[in-house]
Design a protein. Sequence first.
Length: 134
Amino acid sequence: MSLTYDLDQLDMAVHHILSHTKSRTLLFYGEMGAGKTTLINALSRQLGAEEPASSPTFSLVNEYLSQEGRIFHFDFYRITSEAEALDMGIEDYFDTDAWKFIEWPQKILSLLPEDAQKVEITVKNGNRRLLKLC
């Protein structure tokens, strides 16, 4: 299921994701600068988070409280092995009923839950993006 959107149409992209996802664990794939964190920020706002989402590149995970419960936002760009994710307790996070948004999930492939929803973001040109839910 795919959708093409401009960055000023983030609400439409968020609605598409929330209407069609089958999981509370979303895996965000896309090149650097594709808009993963921007989309996660918009998703968090739509779910009722009061503080803006920012990339947890150095802390690996940020937690936000929302009207829909807790949201965990992971960024595994800087890890060098799956052991780092295990050391930070990724399995415990996966066992919660919280929303889990994961940037750079390809760094922890063997640890990902089977029911996770893949979200691919492709830059088409300038502000235009192609969003695919797989």
